[in-house]
Design a protein around this ligand. Structure first.
Ligand code: NAD
Length: 524
């Protein structure tokens, strides 16, 4: 099998590729255009960094291509959909740079507090102005971390070594993670009010985009110091620049921008800011780790293992035709439960009826994968789903019952939080025919696809009409309307499949219907 490498790869990774006796390495950094297309046609795997655009044209030229390995995290240069369409596994190395980003955060914080970039430049200019560079200490200060994931938890340890008190806001993580990290869990407002230093470590999602704007900045302490080493856009850049210029924020350290490079960005001319060109992951160690992890995974995947950090098809090499449809259905159950439960998930369980026990593991891992992917920065895959869940305080308990009940096969997924419990079951009618048949003990039947509304209401006359009218008023077309109730006059549940997403106003309109108690929009 032939592995083509089209970008410079660290020697440690090349050594692993060369040592694989059943593989042939074709190391051609900088290969482009027609030569690239011709060579990819002869290759079983392609390894790139960011220098090669893995376009649909390139992917389709790779008649033998089975694996694309991105030696790094970002997949901006890889057309993952084109790879998926051709059944090509896309592998990346998402955990290789966590420590580098953690250390860059600490480096930027210290450099900011002691004015190191400016002090350095002034000495180089021949000046000797000691009073101009009056710094601040970290010792005794309160650090507020937004997003207590892999990097957030590592920052905690380092900040504490500097004598800081650490508080954190992360609404999607179990209390046990705060306890284990010995970090006080606070609300966003609580963090903004109390922290002397604020650092964000969330992914960029619809929820976190612009989460720190002028209103949030107004709630911060005067003279606060803020950092963004995560993703451009979590802070509103204009609001941050304004607060720096007014002195409300005493200093900021930023590595990432909405647009990169940041041309015309208001942060470039803001006062008291230190900037770096998205180098959080750029260390020799991270590059080495990336090269080693990518080389090892590409070889393992070519040899048929699914135990790699794949971002698209996770079933390659799993020699069992029943696994993919059940795993895909279980993933939908996890995703559904994660969107209707209130509060961070603290426990999960899977039960199988009438399904071969050999599928228990992949089904339970698939459910976790679906449940976790909603709020995390990097795609959770079959390799890391259990580990990521465990780190977040969740251990899944699968149980298999050989004899089917009610349906020829059934998968039930239960998730619990401190205040809520959700139980969803689905059956596979045929390979491609999945149906969710029960939600919180209400019997329903719908395909887990597209946009679905989950509504709980008092079982009184007229609700269906009002819901239909509210959706119609907001130009939302109903594809399917499922109704279930536990007892006449009790509570009823509606599962409504709609053709497009509801905006905030449409959801508010549904919530304002008198008998409606709960409305959640689910994307499957
Ligand atoms: P992670 O997935 O391990 O952790 C992210 C955390 O954010 C999770 O615990 C999640 O629950 C939390 N979160 C999600 N939405 C939230 C919200 N609305 N409010 C509060 N918390 C929320 O990710 P990670 O590996 O720790 O990475 C964190 C960030 O750092 C990511 O954006 C990643 O892309 C970025 N990063 C940047 C560089 C760089 O070069 N500057 C390098 C590596 C990672």
């Amino acid at each position: 099998m032939r592995i083509l490498v089209t970008d410079t790869l660290a020697d440690s990774g090349l050594a692993i590729l060369r040592a694989a006796s059943d593989m042939e390495l074709d190391y051609r950094p900088g290969l482009k255009d027609a030569a690239l297309l011709a060579t990819v046609a002869e290759s079983d795997a392609l390894i790139t960094r960011s220098g090669t655009a893995v376009t649909a044209e390139l992917v389709n030229a790779g008649a033998r291509l089975r694996i694309v390995g991105r030696a790094g995290v970002g997949l901006d240069n890889v057309d993952v959909d084109a790879c998926t369409a051709r059944g090509i596994l896309v592998i990346n190395a998402p955990t290789a740079n966590i420590m580098s980003a953690t250390e860059h955060t600490m480096a930027m914080l210290l450099a900011l507090c002691r004015n190191i970039p400016e002090a350095h430049a002034s000495v180089k200019r021949g000046e000797w102005n000691r009073s101009k560079f009056l710094g601040t200490e970290l010792d005794g200060k309160t650090l507020g971390i937004i997003g207590l994931g892999r990097i957030g938890t590592r920052i905690t340890v380092r900040a504490r070594a500097f004598g800081m008190t650490v508080i954190a806001y992360d609404p999607h993580i179990a209390p046990s993670v705060f306890e284990k990290s010995e970090v006080e869990s606070v609300s966003l407002d609580g963090l903004l009010n109390r922290a002397d230093v604020i650092t964000v470590h969330t992914p960029l999602t619809d929820e976190t985009r612009g989460m720190i704007g002028a209103d949030e900045i107004a709630k911060m302490k005067d003279g606060v110091v803020v950092l963004n080493i995560a993703r451009g856009g979590i802070y509103e850049e204009q609001a941050l620049a304004d607060a720096l210029n007014s002195g409300k924020i005493a200093g900021a350290a930023v590595d990432v921008y909405v647009e990169e490079p940041p041309n015309g960005n208001p942060l470039l001319s803001a006062k008291n800011i230190i900037l770096s060109p998205h180098i959080g992951a750029n260390t020799i160690e991270a590059q080495d780790r990336v090269a080693v992890q990518t080389a090892e995974m590409v070889i393992a995947a070519l040899r048929g293992s699914i135990f790699v950090s794949a971002v698209n098809l996770p079933f390659m090499g799993l020699d069992d035709p029943d696994a993919p449809p059940f795993a895909s259905m279980a993933e939908k159950l996890g995703l559904f439960a994660a969107q209707i439960i209130s509060g961070p998930i603290t426990g999960a369980a899977v039960e199988l009826w009438g399904i071969d026990e050999r599928l228990t593991k992949i089904i339970s891992v698939a459910a976790l994968k679906g449940m976790l992917n909603l709020h995390l920065a990097e795609p959770v895959n079959f390799v890391n789903a259990e580990q990521v869940a465990h780190q977040r305080g969740i251990d899944i308990e699968p149980t298999a019952h050989p004899v089917p009940v009610d349906y020829a096969n059934l998968v039930t997924f239960r998730a619990s939080s401190a205040t809520d419990e959700v139980c969803v079951s689905a059956t596979l009618f045929s390979e491609k025919n999945q149906r969710i048949v029960s939600v919180n003990n209400f019997r329903v039947e719908f395909k887990p696809e597209g946009y679905v509304l989950y509504i709980i209401n008092k079982d009184v006359p007229g609700v269906v009409g009002k819901v239909g009218t509210a959706l119609g008023d907001h130009e939302i077309n109903i594809a399917e309307y499922n109704l279930a109730r536990n007892a006449s006059g009790g509570r009823a549940m509606a599962i409504i499949t709609v053709d497009s997403a509801l905006d905030f106003e449409a959801i508010t309109a549904l919530k304002s219907i008198k008998a409606v108690e709960e409305v959640k929009q689910v994307k499957l």
